[in-house]
Design a protein around this ligand. Sequence first.
Ligand SMILES: [Fe+2]
Length: 332
Amino acid sequence: MASKVKITAPADYHTETILEANRRAAEHGIDLSKLPKLTDMTADTITDNVHVINSNCKYCLFQSGTRCSNPTNRATLEFLKETGKMCSDIRHASVPAEFILLSDVLGVSSLVDSLNHAKPPGATEACVLGPFFTEDAHEFQNGESIATEGKGDYMYVHGKILDTNGNPIPGAIIDTWETDGHGLYDTQYADRTEPDCRGRLHSAEDGSYAFRAVVPVSYPIPSDGPVGKLVTNLGRHVFRPAHLHMQVEAQGYEKLTTAWYPRGDPYLYSDAVFGVHTSLIVDLKEVTDKDLALKRGFKEGKPHLELHRDIVLATPEEGSAARKRYTSSLKQ
Ligand SMILES: [Fe+2]
């Protein structure tokens, strides 16, 4: 069968993975361009969309009416055993990373987020944590770089941490982590000796934060474990659009886990883990002003991209009221 599948490679680095995803998808006669749009998932829409996207696999239990045989049941248990084996310190995560990934690709993380992290109007939306958060990030001062030199194209990230009335929140703890220019997190390097492309900083008295980073790129979810193989066998593509993770915590406010997604990424509307919300899509501005680049600390005043976004936190009372409204608005 002639392949209708077309996946745009973000970098030569991942060519083998892309070809494999293409080949698997083509085996099932899937046209990835006709997949449902997977942004802005809610508790009302996520289950149906996960069902649709997984039902491309003719052997899949997600297809309605499919009976589970004993061998299939045993294979499922074997899969869970293999998933457990991957949950070691290898990925440096504080939680079982491969199971987080499984929850992510099945849409469960997105569903749980939508039910538990509904936000009041004006507050920044939450999205999936993913499997790459670690507890060992270094502390940085505002303006410093969370990435070592050579890790990717320069990016400057700044904004303010605010409440829903626009008041600054000083002293907020900001954790941020991202891929390097190869689309890999530091934890995916076997020779990792210390954190890179991740850091922890605090908002200033006026609520402002700023740091140097690298431009994140889209990446395949880890394909060395059972979850990556599952997604490929389902005929889905394995990519997440480029993003910068942010987690913000401040006394008197609900902890927020979110991410910014640069506009223009080819996987923005078919994220493998259903994490994108329209409100989290950002425009990166090109900065060519050498003096400004030097002032921001970029080597030789080189051009960079700028990500400017404020982050608005909700109080527990505001969050609770938003969740009540959200829950009551769901279909019964
Ligand atoms: Fe990520």
